[in-house]
Design a protein around this ligand. Structure first.
Ligand SMILES: *Cc1c(COP(=O)(O)O)cnc(C)c1O
Length: 359
């Protein structure tokens, strides 16, 4: 048994893994595994429809929104969004809060005109911008933000006011970690491998009206409207990943839904931030308190050597995946929905013990 703090692919609920294992060889009496079923079978169509319906229910959206299961990761969305929604004579606004929003802007910049309408880079990406630091274009094609910066550990806790401009968000690392007023967004997207299931599927939830607005000149495989019309069965979908997303959505229900998860996520993060803040500077949090991520807790020790020793001792004690992203270093504890309160308590205890040994 290990405590899995990986940033993604990441921990899955053990109940979900047990269920997938139990029905792996014979899916609902078909005599075949879900891995072996046609994506045109009634069984897979039910999996697809059920997962879409559950996502819509959790996100509180009606039939004016479409749920899509795509491939290519969140990274393909960085390109699909401008391909579909950024015409030649328009500009798209990006709010920069860390590595992922930067990547989204850079990719879109290869396809059209983009602007950084705000950036907290100068401060080392420790916070999201305040209202006064956001300068939106008059009539941008859309405004893009990253709800949780997985690498820097910075999260939006209140959405910026963008008026009538279409708001698009990369929610890869915090989707379904808390209730969401999805109707504020024209489109949200998330690679599944952090909070929703395994790698291989990307969830997109968007206003149908927006999807239909894309030009028909782009390749069919990159057009949202084509996938929407086919209910995400335009070509072979990542069927096993969608199936596991479905199981994860059922698990969320048995855990008490998004309110219960949000409360637990707050308590989990409070444990780790508490250990950082109570360490007298031995551990130093990266994000400013008001922008701290509840999903990815990033912190440093006094020296790279101390960090290395910490990570080695943690690994030996059964805490895996704690190394910060290779671009920023330090320590990162990813606390997605499936991470338990017990896991966070154990990490907090370990942090205290390591400090006593070294301090
Ligand atoms: C992981 C991550 C991505 C990249 O996802 P891929 O599925 O690897 O393309 C993009 N944005 C955020 C916020 C992420 O956490």
């Amino acid at each position: 048994m290990v405590y899995n703090f990986n940033a993604g692919p990441a921990i899955l609920p053990s109940a979900v893994l047990a269920e997938a294992q139990a029905e792996l060889r014979d899916y609902h009496g078909t005599g075949m595994s879900i891995l072996e079923l046609s994506h045109r079978s009634t069984e897979y169509e039910a999996v697809n429809a059920d997962a879409q319906a559950r996502l819509k229910a959790f996100l509180g959206v009606g039939d004016d929104y479409q749920v899509l299961f795509l491939q290519g990761g969140a990274s393909l969305q960085f390109a699909m969004i401008p391909l579909n929604f950024l015409p030649e004579n328009r500009v798209a606004d990006y709010l920069l809060t860390g590595s992922w929003s930067e990547k989204a802007l850079t990719e879109a910049g290869t396809l059209g005109e983009v602007r950084a309408a705000a950036s907290t880079r100068a401060g080392g990406y420790r916070t999201v911008p305040g209202a006064a630091e956001i300068a939106l274009s008059e009539r941008p094609a859309y405004v893009h933000l990253t709800s949780n910066e997985t690498i820097h550990g910075v999260q939006w806790h209140e959405w910026p006011d963008v008026g009538a401009r279409p708001l698009i968000a990369d929610m890869s690392s915090d989707i379904l970690s808390r209730p969401l007023d999805t109707n504020r967004f024209a489109l949200i997207y998330a690679g599944a491998q952090k909070n929703l299931g395994p790698s291989g599927a990307t969830v997109v939830v968007a206003r149908k009206e927006l999807l239909d607005s894309a030009p028909e000149t782009i390749p069919a495989i990159l057009r949202y409207a084509i996938h929407a019309r086919a209910s995400s069965l335009y070509n072979t979908p990542p069927s096993f990943a969608v199936y596991l997303i479905g199981l994860t959505l059922r698990w969320i229900e048995t855990e008490g839904g998004l309110d219960a998860l949000a409360e637990r996520n707050r308590r989990k993060a409070a444990l780790i931030y508490g250990a950082i803040d109570g360490s007298g500077g031995f551990y130093r949090g990266h994000a400013l308190p008001e922008s701290r991520s509840l999903m990815n807790v990033t912190f440093r020790l006094a020296t790279p050597e101390a960090e290395k020793a910490f990570l080695m001792a943690a690994d030996e004690a059964g805490f895996v995946g704690l190394a910060g992203h290779r671009s920023v270093g330090g320590v990162r504890a990813s606390l997605y929905n499936a991470m338990t309160l017990d896991g966070c308590t154990a990490l907090t205890d370990f942090m205290g013990e390591f400090m006593r040994r070294r301090g």
